[in-house]
Design a protein around this ligand. Structure first.
Ligand code: PNW
Length: 490
């Protein structure tokens, strides 16, 4: 019986690592300080009319650029094994290119890393979490094949500057959101919205930029620096809405398009894009009068370069949707588009608990199924859950977040029991952040940030006390009640 609430306290594996995550643009602020140049998200949040729900910006955000000591203090307060944060490309290389280094930006990350290490907290560093230097977007950003060398110049620079101290690298966070929502629709910056074409150009370049970075590390740095390098992919579980063959295929297609597109070339035995994706896009492209598939092919050399190009798989997993087949799809999606190519309809189940984020519901069995599917599809790679978390409207008594965290970690332990090689878990997020298009209207933090106060005070929520005890004891205890008291950590 796995139903949570009936189960006894469960131990985590002895070597299991606990973390919490943030990203540069979402917490740092200091948007134009000390030589930083604007990223595509600075441009987006400053444009009129504002594309951000509450018309806010991340100019200051949680002010982590000035308060990195406070972030390290709250990470240490939790007893984290690792802290997962990202480096802002335009903060260290304002032109996007390595000819001009912003030393003050480099110094900021050096201090952050040194302070973490002084507290025995492992830095897990993401090289790209959506904040492309605006300069590079003028040249087409992730759709320009030249981005592969811009990116590898940047990542080589990161290995040189930080690789002695950083042992866990994540090349790119969530390629699906970058490509499909940033380039294929107008969901996220840079709002390119050339649907059915730009997302696949982006996907190919992202994959190659990742793989080249992996091989650069392998060839030039691994021997001395002895680290691990992976990629974090956004994994939503898509459950077939019914048992019909059509709906089951819709579930498979949804999973292959959304995460197989990025995971299959790197983690599967045969490599390349998933065959279902290749087939669907080629077929639709031909019907639509394109002389070739809108999904650019990978050469045999590129397939080989990509295959096995990661030491671990970073999993961002929050939720589940239902997938079904609607033969007509009439008027449902733009043509051509990623969603039309996928040919599935994706819906929420209104009976599942709903968070503050429209896309996020609590479905712990979906998390378990997802982990088991990854194990089977990709031959059980070393996995880290790099993002998992729950949003609400705020407040310190976050029983909803505690419930989510416990049920998901129970699902995770079920998957570990079934043999899934899950090495660690990181909660999104350590502190409240700027939530992209949703501004400050969705709170994910274990620590509340008082955005109206000039000090951006961090205060632990109840979930922070629960997580802290879990980390200390390495036990998931459904009945633990903290003696909660309000402490302003910083
Ligand atoms: C994550 N989904 O993305 C991002 O990596 C974070 O930067 C962000 O703050 C966090 O979500 C919470 O919004 C996702 O629809 C966005 O399944 C959407 C989904 C998954 C991940």
């Amino acid at each position: 019986e796995n139903a949570f609430g009936k189960s006894k306290p469960r131990p985590f594996p002895a070597e299991f690592l606990f973390g919490a995550s943030t990203s540069a643009f979402q917490i740092e602020g200091g948007w134009n300080e000390d030589g930083k140049s604007p990223s595509i998200w600075d441009i987006a949040s400053h444009s009129e009319p504002s594309p951000i729900k509450d018309e806010s910006t991340a100019d200051v955000a949680a002010d982590s650029y000035h308060k990195h000591k406070a972030d390290v203090a709250v990470a240490a307060e939790l007893g984290l094994d690792f802290y997962s944060f990202s480096i802002s490309w335009p903060r260290v290389l304002p032109n996007g290119f390595v000819d001009k280094v912003n030393q003050l930006g480099v110094d900021y990350y050096t201090k952050l890393i040194d302070d973490l290490l002084a507290k025995n907290i492992i830095p897990m560093v993401t090289m790209y979490h959506w904040d492309l230097p605006a300069n590079l977007q003028k040249l087409g950003g992730w759709t320009n094949p030249a981005v592969v060398v811009w990116f590898t110049d940047y990542t080589r620079f990161l290995f040189e500057r930080f690789g002695e101290k950083v042992k866990y690298w994540i090349t790119i966070n969530d390629p699906k959101n970058i490509c499909v929502n940033g380039y294929g629709t107008d969901g996220l910056a840079p709002f390119v919205n050339i649907s059915g074409v730009a997302e696949y150009m982006c996907a190919r370049n992202i994959l190659l930029a990742h793989a080249e970075t992996y091989h650069i590390y392998d060839t030039n740095f691994r021997k001395l620096q002895k680290g691990f390098i992976g990629i974090s992919i956004n994994f939503m579980w898509y459950e077939a809405a019914s048992d019909t063959l059509d709906d089951r295929q819709a579930g498979i297609d949804a999973r292959e398009f959304e995460w197989g597109l990025f995971a299959h070339p790197i983690f599967s035995k045969i490599g390349n894009f998933p065959s279902a994706v290749q087939k669907n896009v080629a077929m639709k492209s031909a019907e639509q009068g394109f002389p070739r598939s809108r999904l650019p092919a990978l050469s045999p050399k590129e397939v080989a370069l990509l295959k096995g190009s990661a030491d671990f798989l970073g999993i961002n997993a929050f939720t589940t949707k239902l997938a079904y087949r609607d033969a007509s799809l009439e008027g449902m999606y733009p043509v051509p588009s990623f969603m039309d190519d996928m040919g599935a309809v994706l819906v929420k189940d209104p009976s599942w608990p709903q968070s503050q984020s429209s896309w996020l519901q609590e479905v712990p069995w979906g998390f378990f199924k997802l982990l088991m599917e990854i194990k089977v599809q990709y031959d059980n790679p070393p996995m880290y859950i790099t993002e998992n978390g729950w949003s609400n409207a705020g407040g310190l008594l976050d029983e909803d977040r505690i419930h989510y965290m416990r049920t998901y970690l129970n699902g995770l332990l079920d998957a570990v029991f079934e043999g899934c090689d899950i090495r660690g878990y990181s909660m999104w997020s350590l502190i409240d952040t700027f939530e992209w298009r949703n501004g400050y209207s969705e709170k994910f933090g274990l620590f509340q940030v008082d955005f109206s106060h000039p000090d951006k005070t961090r205060t632990p929520r109840k979930s922070a006390f629960i997580y802290k005890e879990m980390i200390r004891s390495k036990i998931l205890d459904p009945d633990f009640e903290p003696e909660m008291f309000i402490v302003e950590v910083s």
